[in-house]
Write a protein that binds this ligand. Sequence first.
Ligand SMILES: [Zn+2]
Length: 478
Amino acid sequence: MRTPKILFFLLTTALVVAFVVFNFKLLFKKDISNFFPSKPKANIIIICIDSLRSDHLGCYGYNRNTSPNIDEFARENILFENNFSQSPYSLSSHVSMLSSLYPLTHRVLEVESLDLAALNKYRILSEIISKKGFVPSLFAQGGYFTLKPLFVRGFNEVFTIKEPEIFFKKIHHWFLQKSYEKKFVFIYTSILNPPYSYREQAKDLYKDKDFLSREVSSAKKIISRGLNEERFQNLSDKERSLILFYNLIEEYDPKGIAKRPLKQIMPDNWPQLDDYDRQLNCLIDSYDANIRFLDEYLGSFFQMLKASGIWDDSLIIITSSHGQEFREHGGIAYTFELYDTILKTPLLIKLPGSEMQRSSRITQFSESVDIMPTILDIFNIDYKGPVQGVSLLPVIKGQAKKAKKAVMGFYADKRSIRTQYYKYITCNKKDCKESRLYNLLSDPGEDNNLISLDAPVLEGIDCLIYKHIRSTQSKKAK
Ligand SMILES: [Zn+2]
């Protein structure tokens, strides 16, 4: 019986060919949104952790167990090893993240420089994607989000809750209520901003507990005598260092001190006494313990997303607006400098849909301005407005035609450009006296200023920075 055999063979071949062609087409379709075209549950979740420097996370090589849940997320997804924020100032950095514009373009260059009229020329991510059916909601744990009207733009719902326990409970309940809504959720947490007061939960990260409690009780004694600006200035060096230390690790509000911005009561000349190093180590312990504290909340948030079926179809991005300094260059906590300690931040991306699931570590440069174009690319959303970042999707897929050669930082009139081997910090004044050049290969801590030694390199980098600024300006919205 030959005919049925031939028929069977032909039919099988046809099926195999059809299968291969169909899958082939699917594999080579340009945008991955074809994998999840109209699923209502496709979500975009950005978790922005203020003040998180990447080198204090396990997945970025830190030697302490500060971040088991974030590390697991990193292992299963995509980690950008060389990610940089655009500014040491949170508001500026967030505007760059959500508008894909460098601070030089959106003009939020320093504290109190928010020009809403200028900003109204540009669209931010929440406004763009709400037109594409994503319902944007913002959860903010204090910080600039509660103060500045910008972030209300485009967001349907805005929740500002300071207390971490209530903040994360609210997020849990809200997600469960809205599990079938296609949403864009921006979660901003300030748990890592000083005072680092959530340290009790990670006792194992504390090395010097007795010293800490001694310093705290001595500081409390001084505060109990009453403290105003004048009295603070008249304290002895030892007492002043106690108050500065206490101010960074405890929430308190002595009249006339806590009401002023932290940086004003953090003189660069923090008295360097015998116990200075121990104080500094205690601050780092506290910061690390706060990371661990936050990591536990994130762990249970991830579990909830998995249990409720939201996880798989969601694009989840974990990043930060800027880092912190621990005296590497003189400052503590917030400094408006452009060193790596301040600008090098984590970027972790979980792609939506099991078909796109992949894990890798990417060494190429990425910046906050790249986040918005990446999201638009993943969901195949067309946007004609100005963007200065690039989509990271080709890099993730290993199909990028060229790698980013440099990343930029801005604060007030300071600018920095960082290549793989050099960091150049300058200001846009004529004959800037504060220019600095660091060879990151031999000096990753940015300690030895080479500015007077390396004139030819300097010239090259100077060209690069101005070329970049010019290309940035040409893309301004009209
Ligand atoms: Zn901040």
